[in-house]
Design a protein around this ligand. Structure first.
Ligand code: AMP
Ligand code: MG
Length: 397
């Protein structure tokens, strides 16, 4: 068995292998109302200048800056959606509402709160610079500018952008299908009665939730019992999907047959051990042009290794570019020590102003502890001790 790879090395290998094999997935058209969280399959350009005209960013009066300070006559009003057809001459101004176009002749806006109004006259007591409170035509984007690139995951800001440029329908990549196979003689399904020596299959369901969040279509296949033939047959079925995720059966136990079944199918194994906790026996590779992950079976190992490795592969199969994993930083509320050598991803609670508190747990089978956490603290393999107040990277859950 090869030495376990450092976390960063293993992650880089996943990104490199998937990137090298990446072909853009087929595209489909969806309505804008169904576009959130999908991945753009088209570039999106500005269909006109944004803003299309010089517009006011405040309610107030459109003025000629050279006239101020001074007393100005209000010659009319312009509101959002309307246009003022006359020009503003010396000593004149136009009442204006947020979003309305600046009338010809005016070059600045004063806020309604800052003027004294007396019938058709206003008075303003200081000088104003030209351009004040004006969003200039084309200042946000010019006609034909590239606004969104293919491969961008659509979020609510992107939905706003698509709507603003008139994309009522949009081309997105088809979601990759993901086969999920849990392994183990001890497993029973959540809807079935479980005897004391049996364990409910939680991994298939947590992984399915993670797959759906990462933009894939999860398909839970039947549980593979711990026999070579049965496991191999299910893997064959799993290879008809875009990605194959297995849970369990990758440790060194007598009944851990997943790696044997993969070897029988002549899989290319890129790595089968990573120096992390939980999740050390993680397997990644390729069989017949399909990538697979053998996620270690303990529930925490399964969901952590999905987040750290399989998620990125799935995102790329869905048309997104490779990207770095994003850790934030939080400050320990208690000292922390470990033996080093492994990068640990431990359940933790981030509260208030980035305070980080590890959660007591019995180890990687402790699902209850995972539900009390909102993050995993990322414990550096090359450092052994941290004091109260030290910053530590954190992967938010
Ligand atoms: P394994 O990697 O197959 O040795 O499994 C490690 C531990 O995780 C064992 O205690 C298993 O019972 C447990 N486990 C394996 N698969 C699942 C699953 N699908 N759901 C919940 N626990 C599991
Ligand atoms: Mg097992």
């Amino acid at each position: 068995m090869a030495a376990p790879l450092p976390f960063r090395t293993a992650r880089r290998l996943v990104l490199e292998h998937v990137a090298a094999a990446q072909v853009p997935p087929p595209a489909e058209i969806v309505e804008l109302t169904s576009a959130d969280q999908r991945v753009l399959a088209q570039d999106v350009y500005a269909d006109r200048d944004y803003p299309t005209l010089d517009r006011t960013a405040r309610d107030g009066f459109a003025v000629r800056s050279a006239d101020l300070p001074g007393r100005l006559r209000v010659i009319g009003e312009v509101r959002a959606g309307a246009r003022f057809t006359r020009a503003v001459g010396p000593g004149e101004c136009v009442e204006i509402m947020t979003g309305a176009p600046i009338p010809d002749g005016a070059d600045s806006v004063v806020m309604v709160e800052h003027v004294r109004r007396d019938g058709d006259w206003i008075e303003y007591e200081s000088a104003v610079p030209a351009g004040q409170f004006i969003n200039e035509r084309g200042s946000e984007a010019t006609h034909d500018a590239l606004l969104l690139r293919a491969g961008t995951r659509i979020g609510y800001a992107e939905v706003a952008m698509l709507a603003a440029v008139g994309c009522a329908r949009v081309s997105v990549f088809r979601k990759p299908s993901v086969a999920i196979i849990a392994t183990g003689d001890e497993l029973v399904e959540p809807g079935e009665p479980a005897e004391a020596h049996q364990i409910r299959n939680s991994n298939a369901y947590s992984v399915a939730a993670q797959v759906a969040r990462a933009g894939g279509i999860p398909v839970i296949l039947p549980v593979a019992r711990d026999r070579l033939g049965a496991t191999r047959a299910l893997i064959e079925e799993g290879l008809t999907y875009d990605l194959l995720l297995l849970s369990g059966g990758v440790s060194a136990g007598k009944y851990d047959v997943v790696e044997l079944a993969l070897a029988a199918l002549r899989a290319d194994v890129v790595f089968d051990r990573v120096a992390i906790q939980p999740g050390q026996p993680l397997v990644f590779g390729r069989v017949r042009a399909r990538f697979f992950f053998g996620l270690p079976g303990n529930p925490a190992s399964t969901l952590v290794t999905f987040e750290l490795f399989a998620k990125a592969a799935l995102e790329m199969l869905g048309g997104e570019p490779a990207r770095d994993i994003l850790f934030t930083q939080a400050r320990l509320t208690q000292p922390y020590k470990h033996r080093g050598g492994l990068t640990r991803f431990l359940p933790a609670l981030v509260t208030g102003d980035a305070d980080l508190t590890p959660i007591q747990w019995t180890g990687s089978s402790d699902i209850a502890a995972l539900t009390r956490a909102n993050a995993f603290m990322v414990v550096d393999a090359d450092r052994m001790e941290w004091a109260v107040g030290d910053w530590m990277p954190v992967l938010l859950k």
